[in-house]
Design a protein around this ligand. Sequence first.
Ligand SMILES: Cc1ncc(COP(=O)(O)O)c(C=O)c1O
Length: 418
Amino acid sequence: MNEKKVPFTKEQLEKIIKKYPTPFHIYDEAGIVKNIRRFLKAFSWAPNFREYFAVKATPNPYIMKLLKKEGVGADCSSLAELVLCEKVGLSGESIMFSSNDTPYVEYKKAMELGAIINLDDITHIAYIEENLGKLPETLCFRYNPGSLKEGGNDIIGLPEEAKYGMMHDQIIEAINYCKNHGVKKFGLHTMVVSNELDIKGLIGTARIMFNMAQDIKAKTGIEISFMDLGGGIGVAYKPEDTPVDFEALSAGIRKEYEEILISKGHSPISLAFECGRMVTGPYGYLVATAIHEKNIYKHYIGLDACMANLMRPALYGAYHHITVMGKENAPKDHVYDVTGSLCENNDKFAIDRKLPKIDIGDRIVIHDAGAHGHAMGFNYNGKLRSAELLLHADGSVEQIRRAETLDDLFATLDFSKL
Ligand SMILES: Cc1ncc(COP(=O)(O)O)c(C=O)c1O
């Protein structure tokens, strides 16, 4: 069980709304910092342990800067995310560039910043050589373990059906080639689960990776010097879900690390994760106002937010908890579909949700929207993306991204030529 609370009172929220009208995303700085410190501490045994925050989860430079202060780097997958790193002052091995189907211009930017290049496919070795004339001294390879990773995952699917990474023999071939073509430092990466709450699954991934490192050593003579276990640590979206116990996860990974690698003569390997969801997800809230109530075959509450602000429920049927501000302890004796205004019937934040009676004007807080929330926003139906606010530890609020305007939306149109 995990209690779904909000980090502000109704009165505080009303004050914030006076300055920043709904809908908006608000992130809880104190929550983010406390959580990441606990995560880093849990893995302090691991050599040079690093978290590279998956920028795609919340691509806001203020959030990245906050995390940088805690010693967190960045995992990027695009040019825009690399530019954000540059703006925040992240460079060198603080950046992991884990992209796929990558255009050279993005590799070029990553190399200019000194980022670690993580190759998604064996053909990209030749692609970089052709464009750059050589290979970087440090290279990382994304491993897709195929059916070795049992079970699959709702978001990523079965590894053997996922487009990502290289197969076992391709990694061996890639390393054998690269060791003779100027690469001196090797890393191994994977990302085969998403939103995983079961630590057995996460430890199982680490086991596959440690075994792979031993296999690489046996077949190429190369010892991997760093390993990125990917993102994918889950968020307890439902009140009945149990959040991942970082200490237990770390202890489980440590046991495998020592048994498979250290006790069998492998040199220490630096470990890293590139989580996004668990870093900011639970500490971000989409705040909206109930603007309509509609009763037909079902009862609907219409918000001033829509799936352009948070797409996960429509995309994956994801559960996001809802708090009706001021009615936290009221009986949940109404059943609603909570909707947005998009001309798409799946624009629903909740379906058949038991909630207290909602009145027009009530402030509706949608939980766990801090990752893959605002970031997945879009402009379909001419919807404007909302503002992002940061609730500082001292209670003050800073706008870290303004809301879009119609001028922003139309900025790429030249009306004068009509
Ligand atoms: C390569 C890669 N790394 C990290 C992440 C972050 O995953 P999560 O936010 O689930 O931790 C993703 C998510 O899509 C990803 O594709």
